[in-house]
Design a binder for this molecule. Structure first.
Ligand code: ADP
Ligand code: MG
Length: 599
């Protein structure tokens, strides 16, 4: 095996990776400024035709690392009627997500990617397969189903990707995977990606990969000194609540000057806009700005006329600012050294600095990797609650009142107090005045509680290798991934401390049974917006970390859609959907009062 270690940050940009101009164009459109380490290594390798064995945690950008080379091959070879690539993933959510990503990256090529997973009507998949697809993204069980029916033809396959191989093996898909790989052309190219290299993963790699090049990201990156005076905190927040969580954290932390890092230009622009609209003074810095614009932004930041500099890694590189009190990672950076670069902006010259990271539940492992690479602790904290914020506000108000009393010059106000004092207790008058001040200072978003997204506690606490599920759990998981229609519906338990449920041991999965009471939600968009049931399931399942099968009947009408969800999570679903977009649009979402859910 040839060994290559994590690449440095020498070659910026996607230009030198050998990708077709049209693909570079879609990356620009998506706001990607530079490849992540796994992309920088894997893309040229896969384009050169060799097999690749990659170890990288969630959030390191693996999808583009294999999707772009597949699309590159599609761009340079004659198009066939049969699929040229098969990507195997553990769950239906991932199948949808990866197919969507492939579609986005390959849009200018007109690439057709089809997700295939259990639970969706097989006829639709059959029709799509018949029409001809370039890239199939499938869960192993359903893929095998189609292979046996001879509806998924493997003869034209040039490349097979096993994404999240450890998960697939943990879920009991080993035999299915072997059967699928045996049925593919022996001269195919194979890539295997996994967060861990457990023995089972190595075994399947040894059997099916030919002289693979290996890539290993993030576990043993050499990292030079993190400033010791930086307090490092992370909050685990579902994606839909990140903006609210950021606002809450900023309100509590009151940074004098902060840099907020995002992954893409698009995110930088969107976040800056939202922050400004919410009353913060934020400015965007990314690779899309010309020199003059950058200078202006930097000048304002240095002069403290902007408090928040929202930036991509690329744009912030080489920028030197004194007095950054806080660094915020709006996303977990894709590699530990990028984390170290980012947080190195604060805690300079002996001052205390704070590094805050917002991580989605699935990115938890990435945090662990950063901890082990930096040998420093990142404390996981709960997002400040409404009560925390209120306490903090009251504290601030108290301090301000003290100052005002000491400063004196209160004659005109005394008159107001005196006139009320004949009628009320002076204490009450004062308290009411404080209430008014506090009310004036709090924004409208302050009353909403942000759900804490628990980490995948069990998985994270366990060692990086070795079995992570008992055989019974494994069978359950596999079944869940493939057969969501069975009578007993099961929900994923990645949120054991969901507020309205009592805490449960991490191994016991909360169940949603078919007798569960359902509530119908109204969504203000339908066929006219080209919304399909998958879009709604995807939006809910992705944002909430619940399995698609927990969601009930979906009806798409011309201008609106209806979806049934378990009553226990209905309010949360509403909040989540309001905070996200479906088919790129923010839609009206509410409980539907007009109709009863179907049984
Ligand atoms: P993984 O499969 O390793 O968990 P994904 O491929 O799902 O990671 O990517 C994680 C996130 O990072 C996605 O939102 C993706 O759009 C984004 N992303 C991937 N590559 C880049 C890049 N080069 N620049 C900016 N964002 C990226
Ligand atoms: Mg992935």
């Amino acid at each position: 095996m040839t060994k290559s270690t994590s690449a440095g940050t020498l070659a910026p940009g996607f230009n030198s990776l050998g990708l077709d101009d049209r693909l570079l164009q879609s990356l620009t459109t998506l706001g990607y400024e530079e490849p992540t380490p796994v992309q920088r290594e894997a893309i040229p390798m896969l384009i050169s035709g060799v097999d690749v064995l990659g170890q990288a945690a969630t959030g390191t950008g693996k999808t583009a690392a294999f999707a772009l080379p597949i699309l590159q091959s599609l761009a340079t070879n004659e198009r066939m009627r049969e699929p040229m690539a098969l990507i195997l993933v553990p769950t239906r959510e991932l199948a949808m997500q990866v197919a969507e990503a492939v579609h986005k990256y390959g849009k200018p090529l007109g690439a057709v990617a089809l997700p295939i997973y259990g639970g969706a009507p097989i006829e639709t998949q059959l029709r799509a397969l018949k029409r001809g697809v370039d890239i199939v993204v499938a869960t192993p069980g359903r893929a095998l189903d189609h292979i046996r029916r001879k509806t998924l033809k493997l003869g034209g396959l040039k490349i097979v990707v096993l994404d999240e191989a450890d998960e697939m093996l943990d879920m009991g898909f080993a035999e299915d995977l072997e059967a699928i790989l045996e049925a593919t052309p022996s001269e195919r190219q194979t890539a295997l990606f996994s967060a861990t290299m457990a023995p089972k993963v190595s075994a399947i790699a040894a059997k099916y990969l030919r002289h693979p090049k290996t890539i290993r990201i993030a576990v043993d990156v050499k990292v030079s000194g993190v400033a010791p005076k930086v307090r490092q905190v992370a909050y685990i927040v579902p994606r839909a609540h990140k903006m609210a969580a950021l606002g809450r954290v900023l309100d509590i932390e009151q940074p004098t000057s902060a840099m907020v890092f995002c992954r893409t230009r698009t995110e930088v622009d969107a976040l800056t806009e939202t922050l400004n609209a919410s009353g913060y003074r934020a400015a965007a810095l990314h690779g899309g700005l010309n020199q003059q614009q950058r200078d202006r932004v930097m000048k304002a930041f240095r002069a403290n006329t902007t408090d928040l500099l929202v930036a991509t890694d690329v744009a912030a590189r080489g920028i030197d600012v004194e007095h950054v009190s806080h660094v915020v990672n709006y996303d977990v950076p894709s590699a530990p050294d990028s984390y170290v670069h980012r947080i190195g902006r604060t805690g300079r010259a002996g001052r205390e600095g704070v590094a805050i990271t917002l991580a989605e539940p699935r990115e938890h492992r990435m945090l662990r990797n950063i901890e082990s690479a930096t040998k420093q602790k990142i404390t996981i904290s709960a997002v400040p609650t409404v009560a925390d914020l209120r306490t903090r506000r009251l504290e601030a108000t108290r301090a301000n009142l003290r100052e005002a009393i000491v400063a004196g010059d209160l004659e005109a106000m005394r008159g107001v107090v005196e006139s009320l004092a004949s009628e009320f207790d002076v204490m009450d008058v004062a308290a009411a005045a404080v209430k008014l001040v506090v009310a004036r200072e709090s924004g409208e978003g302050d009353q909403r509680e942000i759900p804490t997204a628990p980490t995948r506690t069990s998985a994270a606490a366990r060692p990086m290798s070795g079995p992570r599920y008992s055989p019974k759990e494994r069978a359950e998981r596999a079944e869940r991934a493939e057969r969501p229609d069975r009578a007993e519906r099961v929900m994923r338990s990645e949120r054991p401390d969901r507020p309205e449920r009592p805490a449960r041991p991490a191994t016991k999965r909360p169940r949603v049974t078919s007798t569960q009471e359902m509530v119908r939600l109204f969504i203000g968009g339908g066929r006219k917006l080209k919304i399909r049931p998958g879009d709604i399931v995807g939006a809910i399942a992705n944002e909430m970390n619940i399995a698609g099968e927990a969601i009930g009947a979906i009806e798409i009408l011309d201008r609106h859609s209806l979806v049934d969800v378990p009553s226990t999570i209905a309010d949360e679903v509403v909040t989540v959907l309001r905070g996200t977009t479906i088919k790129g649009k923010k839609l009206l979402v509410r409980r539907d009062l007009a109709s009863q859910p179907r049984k």
